[in-house]
Design a protein. Structure first.
Length: 371
């Protein structure tokens, strides 16, 4: 059965990769004069897809922490910000502070700083995770919320280092030797390559002994510890890994924008990340890209269309519809879009007598329940 799950995961990864590669190729080769945005009626652009890919990396880590380890986090945007600022500050040392001018101008320096940012963010998550993860329920939620707010506030201070609320500018484009990963079509493949790698790591982790331990901790810490599982250790590990993923996403965002400012890392951003994870399915790795994609596209559509339909020039009316959609999904699809959609299709097929009963696993695969 484990080999079957592995084959299904492999097939899913290959199919997902092929679809994404085909979409990116359309914008490069323009067959019949078509572009990516033309295929979607300009509802989704290549810029949108890149941002969805970046946030997918964050949400996959959040799924591991919340969906599998069962630890509530309302401050994930803080780790996202740390990755962006660490990478942005360290990669611009030569231009901003004339530090190491002979090294920071080399093409490999930003790549090295991305790795350093992941290490620094992971180390910070380990230090704060030890005391914070001893809390439970609402207390844990408030602690992570406070952590995210503190990081967001500090990002706006120290203008000589972070750029203050005006932002840090001059973040260089990534390149490999003389080959610059720009324009946007090239960066698209980098971002989604990283997102697919993170998805594969998460799927492998979920199917491993560590994944089983995380699910045991989620179900009952007392029972898990009675079975020999070090609950505290696994919770901290889940937090550190989710922070590393968020840091990677933050670094990719910084080099995509060419600048970093505090506004994308506010408390609202943390809440949106939790919403994306919940809509896609908290205990579903494959739910991450679909949850991010749905929320991101719906949010932008509502923002652009509601003002025209309601004939108003200001106000956040899209939040009302946004909230209605979220509540509806939570009521009618409590396990998220991915698992609920698979179960719906299986239910229809079972009613027609086409398949044996199956159950959706937490990693997005299905298990046969028949003989």
């Amino acid at each position: 059965m484990k080999a079957l799950w592995a084959r299904r995961n492999l097939v899913n990864v290959i199919a997902f990769t092929v679809v994404l590669a085909a979409l990116g190729a359309v914008d490069i080769f323009r067959p019949f004069g078509l572009s990516f945005s033309a295929l979607t009626g300009r509802v989704v652009t290549l810029d949108t897809m890149i941002r969805i890919g970046i946030l997918t990396i964050v949400v996959v880590g959040l799924n591991l922490l919340m969906g599998y380890a069962g630890q509530v986090s309302l401050g994930q945007a803080g780790f996202y910000a740390l990755g962006a600022y660490f990478s942005g500050i360290l990669s611009t040392l030569a231009t901003r502070h004339t530090i190491l001018p002979g090294i920071t101008g080399l093409w490999w320096w930003p790549w090295l700083m991305i790795v350093v940012s992941m290490i620094l963010t992971g180390g910070f998550a380990y230090l704060v995770g030890k005391p914070i993860l001893r809390l439970k329920g609402n207390y844990l939620a408030m602690a992570t919320l406070g952590l995210g707010v503190i990081i967001h506030i500090l990002a706006g201070q120290f203008p000589d280092i972070t750029g203050g609320y005006d932002g840090l500018t001059g973040v260089p484009r990534l390149s490999i030797g003389s080959f610059t990963l720009w324009p946007m079509q090239r960066y698209y493949f980098l971002v989604w390559g990283a997102a697919i790698a993170v998805i594969v790591i998460s799927l492998s982790l979920v199917d491993s002994r560590i994944g089983r331990a995380l699910r045991a901790v989620h179900t009952s810490e007392v029972a898990a510890e009675a079975s020999g599982v070090d609950a505290e250790q696994y919770k901290v590990q889940a937090l550190v890994l989710s922070a590393i993923f968020a840091s990677l996403a933050g670094s990719l965002y910084a080099h995509f924008q060419g600048a970093v400012s505090p506004s994308p890392f506010s408390f609202r951003a943390s809440v949106e990340l939790v919403v994306m994870a919940a809509v896609g399915g908290l205990a579903s790795t494959w739910g991450a890209p679909f949850g991010v994609g749905l929320i991101y596209v719906v949010r932008d559509l509502l923002k652009s269309q509601l003002e025209r339909l309601l004939n108003v020039r200001s106000g956040e009316y899209e939040l009302i519809v946004y909230g209605i959609i979220l509540v509806s999904i939570m009521i009618f699809m409590p396990e998220g879009l991915t698992a609920s959609s698979v179960q719906f299709m299986q239910g229809r097929r079972r009613r027609h007598g086409n398949i044996e009963p199956q159950r959706v696993q937490s990693n997005g695969t299905v298990e046969d329940l028949g003989q």
